[in-house]
Every structure is written in structure tokens, then in C-alpha cells.
Write a protein that binds this ligand. Structure first.
Ligand SMILES: NC(=O)c1ccc[n+]([C@@H]2O[C@H](COP(=O)([O-])OP(=O)(O)OC[C@H]3O[C@@H](n4cnc5c(N)ncnc54)[C@H](O)[C@@H]3O)[C@@H](O)[C@H]2O)c1
Length: 406
């Protein structure tokens, strides 16, 4: 498996929402990017739930299934691995995949905290393997275009920004106490689950965050414990014993970005909530520069609001619709204004992963990026506890060292 193209044996750990989506992305890749000649072959999937293993084999088309992820890593036909397990397992499985020398595509957050994430990043570096992290919002064509505009100086110097991820998946007070609400299983709450995407997105667009002042809050202190073996992301339990929510529902941060060649770094506010009523998958960013501004939200992923220039007759925002000039849009749609969707972003991510694995261009978010995000979250946690500003240590190797660096 060197150089361009060829068959690539795929292993999968955990056949939940993300595991199924990674599988569909691998399956779509050859037809979306035929010239790459990449042919992922679904070889071996593992999940502790027998029905999920059966689904992987019988429906998704994996050749083999098992109940233990170690069997996937030990399978000689598995050349790359998708790690889509609950957060608590990412550290252990990431280290094991690196130890086995298998390049991996891992879901965020890569560890429950910065230490775990740094250890996975160090293990991957030692093993010399390519990695990719599920920061899928980077790949939205409007976001890719916005990054190019920022790097080219079209908005001038970015002075301030606002970015949020307002999700309603825990807005229902009877929403099940899934692993996401348990510190031992998930680590942080809205910080790791949602603000991680925001931090990666603004880092990707503007550069690294240098300092943070944050606060967190819990909206629902208790939730019903789901019956064993059930309890997905969105499950509601009508009756049942209540258990304590152990991590934050909401987080907000004031941030200062590192200075750039153009001058002082931007400042901004970041917010995330998992209990909000109204927005559902409301990941959004507003960038304000000395010569222009831009607004993008995932709920309207195919639209980019742009204001370029200070004077002239066209003040206010222009809405740019998805079109072939933006990112990988043309791979998915033949003409402008035809909506792409969330799942398409994972196809782009799969492409960036396998291109990097096979020695091609490195445009993938890596475990170093996950480590950089985890350090911002660690600083936010420390700041929320102390009530003071906290500096964020730089992470060498992160791909968002600044606009234009990839
Ligand atoms: N990038 C994104 O936008 C995005 C979106 C959703 C979830 N995620 C991340 O993806 C990961 C998985 O989330 P999900 O929503 O797919 O979860 P899910 O609950 O749908 O699936 C988790 C799966 O893991 C399996 N599992 C549990 N213990 C296991 C073990 N020891 N070995 C193997 N499998 C085991 C479960 O049986 C289940 O099939 C999480 O880390 C989450 O943060 C990322």
C-alpha cells in the first residue's frame, strides 16, 4: 500500500452512528474520486453489541466481524482503521492502533483530556503513521473557500470573531443519561463534544488560540438512567431512576488568538450548548476583518454570507451558494445551488485520510490538531475553575499554525 491508489483493507472499531458513516464514506470514495484509484475494502469490524457486528457483516459488507477491537488490529488484511468507539476508549484503541503500525481515522475527542490526546499523538508520531481526526466541518466547501479568502487577505486582518455550536440533542430533560454525560466515559461535556469542533474550525480559519477565559454550567443536573444496552445519542426515557450529569451542558470562552504577520491576533467569543432549544446542529462562525466579514452556519451549510470591502454601493452581505469554485463541491453536485449534506463531508474526510496514508498530499486534520484542540479545552477547564485567563501551550505539528499553512 504505497504510492497512489490501490486496494486498502479497512478495519472498523464500533458500528454506531459514526462507524456506519465512516463505512459509507469509504464505499462512496471510489465513485466520487475515481482518478485516485483508491479502493477501500471493508475487511473487519468489531463492536461489543452482537447485533451491530451482524449489521456490519450483513448490511455494510465487512468480510469479518468480532466482539473485540484487538481482533481488528491483529487482522493482517486490515491496513487502516476507523476508530468510532465512545470517547473513553479512544486513548486505549489509538495507542493500540499505533502500536500495531496501522494508520487510523479516529473520531473526536481523541482523548478524555489533553494528556490522553497528547499520548495518542505521540504514539502515532513514534509509529510514523498517518492519522485523521473527525473534524468534518473543515471540509464544507464554504469553509474551505472562507479559509482561502482569509489566507489571501480578502477580509483584511481578522480583528474579532464569534463562533458557536448550539445543539439540542440534550434539550429534552428526560433525555437518557448516556455515556456522554458521564465524566469517566466522555471526559468533558459540551467542551469536548461540541466546543472541540468550534475550536478546530476557528483554528483552521484564523490560526491558533493563545489565551482563554471560560465558564461552564450544567442546565439539567440529573437525567434518567437508560435500560442496559440501549440509550443512543437522542433516546428519551419516560420513567426510570435518575442519575447525576457529571459534565457541563454549556461552555463559553473569551479567546485571544496568536499574533500574525499582519498584526495583533484576533479576539473572539466561543460558545457551546447541548441543551439549547431552537438551534439543532447550529455550528456557526462569524469572522470580522478590517476589509470584510463572513458568516457561515452548518444548518445552512451550502450558503456563505460575504461582505467584501468597506466602501462602494454593495454594502451588507451577499449570499454565495454552493458552486464548483468552492472546495470539493463539484465532486458531489453538477451545478450551483444544489445542496450537499453532512455525510458528504465524511467522504471528503475519507479521501483526505487515504490520500495521506498512501503518501499523497497531507490536507487531513491529524491527532496533532486534536491535541491542539484538547489544550484549548484544558485551558478553558482550568479557567472556568480559577476564574482567570489561562495561556494555551502551542502544539508543534498542528495543521492550523496559521492561514495558508496546511
Ligand atoms: N465528527 C462528528 O461530527 C461526530 C458526530 C457524532 C459522534 N462523534 C464521535 O464519534 C464517537 C462515536 O459516537 P457515535 O455517535 O457513533 O456513538 P454510538 O453510541 O452511535 O456508537 C457507539 C458504538 O460503540 C460500541 N461500543 C461500546 N463499547 C465498545 C467496545 N468496548 N468495543 C467496541 N465497540 C464498542 C457500541 O456498541 C456502539 O455500537 C464519539 O467519540 C463521538 O464523540 C463525532
Amino acid at each position: 500500500m504505497t504510492g497512489k491508489g490501490g486496494d486498502i483493507g479497512v478495519g472498523l472499531v464500533s458500528v454506531g452512528w459514526m462507524g456506519k458513516l465512516h463505512s459509507r464514506a469509504y464505499q462512496a470514495l471510489p465513485s466520487v474520486y475515481p482518478e485516485l484509484g483508491l479502493r477501500p475494502r471493508l475487511v473487519h469490524a468489531a463492536d461489543t453489541a452482537a447485533d451491530r457486528v451482524a449489521y456490519a457483516r450483513d448490511v455494510l459488507g465487512y468480510a469479518r466481524g468480532s466482539g473485540d477491537y484487538r481482533d481488528v488490529l491483529a487482522d493482517p488484511e486490515v491496513e487502516v482503521v476507523s476508530i468510532c468507539a465512545p470517547n473513553a476508549l479512544h486513548h486505549e484503541i489509538g495507542l493500540a492502533a499505533a502500536e500495531a503500525g496501522k494508520p487510523f481515522w479516529i473520531e473526536k475527542p481523541v482523548g478524555r483530556d489533553a494528556r490522553e490526546t497528547a499520548e495518542v499523538a505521540a504514539a502515532a508520531r513514534r509509529a510514523g503513521i498517518a492519522t485523521t481526526v473527525g473534524f468534518n466541518y473543515r471540509h464544507a466547501p464554504a469553509v474551505e473557500h472562507l479559509r482561502e479568502l482569509v489566507a489571501a487577505g480578502a477580509l483584511g486582518r481578522i480583528t474579532n470573531l464569534r463562533a458557536v455550536f448550539f445543539a439540542g440533542y440534550a434539550a429534552e430533560p428526560r433525555g437518557a443519561l448516556s455515556w456522554r454525560f458521564r465524566r469517566e466515559l466522555a471526559g468533558s461535556g459540551a467542551l469536548g463534544d461540541l466546543l472541540s469542533h468550534v475550536i478546530d474550525l476557528v483554528g483552521h480559519l484564523v490560526g491558533p488560540i493563545a489565551e482563554v477565559s471560560a465558564l461552564t454550567s450544567v442546565v439539567y443536573a440529573e437525567r434518567p438512567i437508560p435500560p442496559t444496552g440501549s440509550g443512543s445519542h437522542f433516546a428519551v426515557v419516560e420513567d426510570g431512576e435518575l442519575g447525576a450529569v457529571e459534565n457541563e451542558d454549556y461552555a463559553a470562552a473569551l479567546v485571544r488568538f496568536s499574533p500574525t504577520a499582519e498584526g495583533p491576533g484576533a479576539v473572539g467569543t466561543l460558545e457551546a450548548s447541548r441543551t439549547i432549544v431552537g438551534p439543532q446542529c447550529g455550528l456557526g462562525v462569524e469572522l470580522y476583518g478590517t476589509d470584510g466579514s463572513a458568516v457561515w452556519s452548518f444548518e445552512r451549510m451550502n450558503e456563505l454570507q460575504l461582505c467584501l470591502g468597506r466602501g462602494g454601493p454593495h454594502q451588507g452581505y451577499t449570499t454565495v451558494l454552493g458552486n464548483a469554485h468552492l472546495g470539493d463541491y463539484a465532486r458531489f453536485q453538477p451545478g450551483p445551488g444544489i445542496a450537499m449534506g453532512y455525510d458528504d463531508l465524511k467522504v471528503v474526510e475519507a479521501k483526505k485520510f487515504l490520500v495521506a496514508v498512501t503518501g499523497g498530499e497531507r490536507r487531513n486534520a491529524t491527532v496533532e490538531d486534536a491535541h491542539a484542540v484538547a489544550e484549548v479545552i484544558a485551558a478553558a477547564v482550568a479557567s472556568a475553575a480559577s476564574g482567570t485567563w489561562h495561556a494555551v501551550p502551542a502544539v508543534p505539528g498542528a495543521t492550523y499554525a496559521g492561514p495558508g499553512v496546511s
